[in-house]
Design a protein around this ligand. Sequence first.
Ligand SMILES: [Zn+2]
Length: 315
Amino acid sequence: MKLYGKSGLKQRLDGITAKGRLSHAVLFSGHSGIGKKTLARYTAELFLCENGACGSCPTCRNIENDTHPDVIFVKKQCDGKYAIDLFREVMSSTVIRPNNGDVKVYVFEDCDTMRPEHQNALLKLIEEPADYLRFVFTCENTSVIPETVLSRVTEFEVPETPVKDCEQALLDCGVDKSKARELSEMFAGNIGKCKAVLEGGDEAALIETARKAAEALGAKDGFTLAAALSDAKKRTDFSRVMEYLSRMIRDALAVKSGCEAEFFGKKESKRIADSFSEEEILNMLDAAFELAKNEIYNLNLALSQAYFVSRVLGG
Ligand SMILES: [Zn+2]
């Protein structure tokens, strides 16, 4: 399995495994899209493959294709949460010995989104496991995971992927060169986010919303700007739109000082640069940053959107 830009962490995992010291419960922490799921699969290979996660034996191939009977990705519901009675099912399946090899691997994603009663059940599961059980967990934020659980797992912080490795990962997936570069730079090496955009998911829609907002901004069209921003229906989506918009505004500032725009929406950035003074653009950037970081807590979503329009086009 290719782990793009993670050679340091891979070496550590390989080294620990070679010494027979890989913990029965491993936790990968890091931002969304950083590669935690890929690492979870790789760790399952380390647990099960007889040749040190070779990537080419039937065991490794089955793990990569999600068809290995002893690697269980514990499924979440379609709302992205774990079912309330999930652990009853999981607990009863853990008493069944592995099908093929010596061990059985359970992968739990996003443990930070689990209910406290799930985390307690998890604790019971990892405290005194049967000798054939192994666990891999992933989470973004370890601060919400109880200390009692954390003290029983070995945590690995997943490092960011360098932009050039992300670009290579996309090229290897058949993405064309210019798109691979654009996305890798846009998401600062986050392969998961690049792929989410390529698959046309929510992230792609948020970028398009930001582009429309930038276009309206360049045209000084407050009504269209407000309409574009209202496409973001959730607070977190609005923050993301503001993040993308702030990058385009930053590009407008670069254009003002004679540099090239770097981000997508170059046309929109140039238009903003033509329509506003440097001081006005700085004010815009300030407002976008504020909202991207969700720093204005006392405003609801609709008011936040109105606040932005009035700050950038109000006077
Ligand atoms: Zn193998």
